[in-house]
Write a protein that binds this ligand. Structure first.
Ligand code: CA
Length: 471
């Protein structure tokens, strides 16, 4: 990866000419403010099941994402950005607590069951909204929750001040499909896709929300920022797009006349709608002059399930649910205008770093008995810290008996005891298993894996996986 970045930098320099680069560097340098911002606003925009290669900042030619690109181009693009799990629920549990979710047993997509308080985020874990709320932030989540459908796990009971969205793992995109008023009166995954949206604790009559859901969420995000412009805020804009079912309006479908594959065309339209929404939010920040005081993260909750939603993970091997890179290396970028230099960061970072960054900047306290697994990224992005933020990136999939541990350029994969080793620096697509050639690396990283695994517990609730036959 470093080589690729280096070659790209050289090409870039040749194209610009040396003077252009110097000017660009000078401008970048000068644009970094020495003013210390305290309690910056934090926005996390999370896409659902978005492929690594489906944003133009990662090279997509087919789906232009000019607005999402603004985050990456005006900030830092992570080329080695990981989430803590390769499917939705556990990945979100990790992000929202800043801890590997296997530490507290959230290792499966939960079943939609409002009667079971244990089917979701354990009550004794704190969320990023809890932490930021303790130092005066107002927190809102718009979109998908998926961390438990019991009322005790409702976002407003997990640190958030505002909620507009759905409790389950996905949703129908058009309100004429929302036939179930009460989100607590049902108990199947497919029903949960058809509930009325909720505003805080109240079901919202679909007559009042006639827009395509992605547009509803975008407008709500703009209104949230408007309402909270005078106080520190945390916004989790949790789009269900482009997770299935694949549904889009003609407006967005018409942007892709050259894609003949219907699934891919609909998927592209969904991503394009999401991108428009990101544009509205960024425009609002600019209008309210909040850019310098607001950190914006963009990422997907897991890799694209290519065969299901026609997403594209590019050169990465595998897809959603996999322990290969396509499962959990995701499109990931951060912007903090005036505070971090624009560029590309190619050392491994994690979605768990969002919590650690937010609490460090806000001065929020954490519980030493439940330490965070992430780090404050800002000193690394500013060059104050030169080392890599993470010595290891971990993934465990309990039910499949699978692990992945990335250690520097090496990645060990263990599948039911069978070991594979890849050198990601020269084999990003994980094509050549070099376990036999490098037994010492396998041994070293396997020891690291075993030590980490000892810190984890078994899953504490049964998941969707146990319901497959009934669905
Ligand atoms: Ca997902």
């Amino acid at each position: 990866m470093k080589k690729i970045v280096l070659i790209s930098s050289i090409l870039f320099a040749l194209i610009l000419g040396c003077r252009g680069v110097k000017n660009a560097q000078k401008k970048n340098h000068n644009s970094i403010s020495t003013t210390k911002i305290t309690k910056p606003n934090v926005i996390v925009i999370m896409a659902d099941d978005l492929g690594y290669n489906d944003v133009s900042f990662n090279g997509s030619k087919q789906i232009p994402t000019p607005n999402i690109d603004r985050i990456a181009n005006e900030g830092v693009k992570f080329t080695n950005g990981y989430v803590s799990y390769s499917v939705c629920g556990p990945s979100r549990a990790g992000f929202i607590t800043g801890r590997y979710q296997q530490r507290f047993g959230f290792e499966r997509n939960p079943q939609y069951d409002p009667s079971d308080v244990n089917m979701g985020l354990p009550q004794d874990e704190k969320t990023i909204a809890d932490r930021l709320g303790s130092v005066g932030y107002k927190s809102g989540i718009i979109g998908k929750w998926h961390l438990g459908a019991n009322v005790k796990n409702h976002p407003l009971n997990r640190g958030f001040n505002e909620f507009f969205g759905h409790l389950g793992g996905g949703h129908q995109y058009f309100s004429n499909m929302w036939t179930i008023e009460d989100s607590y009166a049902i108990n199947t995954e497919s029903q949960s896709y058809r509930t009325w949206l909720m505003r805080d604790h109240k079901p919202v009559d679909p007559v009042t929300t006639p827009k395509y859901i992605t547009e509803e969420f975008a407008d709500e995000s703009v209104a949230f920022v408007e309402r909270n412009k005078d106080n520190p805020f945390f916004l989790f804009l949790s789009y269900n797009a482009p997770h299935g079912p694949l549904q889009a309006t003609q407006k967005y479908l018409d942007r892709f006349p050259n894609i003949s594959n219907k699934k891919r065309k609909t998927y592209a339209a969904m991503v394009s709608a999401l991108d428009d929404g990101v544009g509205l939010l960024l425009d609002k920040l600019e209008e309210l002059k909040l850019d310098d005081n607001t950190i914006v993260f963009f990422l997907s909750d897991n890799g694209g399930p290519e065969s299901k939603n026609a997403s594209d993970n590019g050169i990465l091997r595998g897809a959603k649910s996999s322990v290969y890179e396509g499962g959990f290396r995701v499109p990931f970028a951060i912007r903090w205008k005036g505070q971090i230099k624009k560029g590309v960061f190619d050392k491994p970072v994690s979605s768990l770093d969002i919590m650690a960054t937010a609490v460090a900047l806000s001065g929020a306290k954490t519980n030493p008995a439940k330490p965070l697994d992430g780090v404050n990224l800002i000193p690394y992005l500013n060059g104050e810290k030169k080392e890599q933020p993470h010595e290891n990136i971990y993934l465990r999939k309990f039910d499949q008996k699978r692990f992945a541990v990335r250690n520097n350029e090496y990645k060990l994969i263990v599948i039911k005891g069978r070991k594979e080793l890849y050198n990601l620096e020269n084999d990003i697509s994980e094509t050549t298993n070099i376990a036999k050639e490098s037994p010492e690396q396998v041994k070293k990283i396997d020891e690291i894996r075993k030590a980490w695994n000892k810190e984890l517990i078994d899953p504490i609730f049964k998941g969707l996986v146990h319901l497959k036959k009934k669905r």
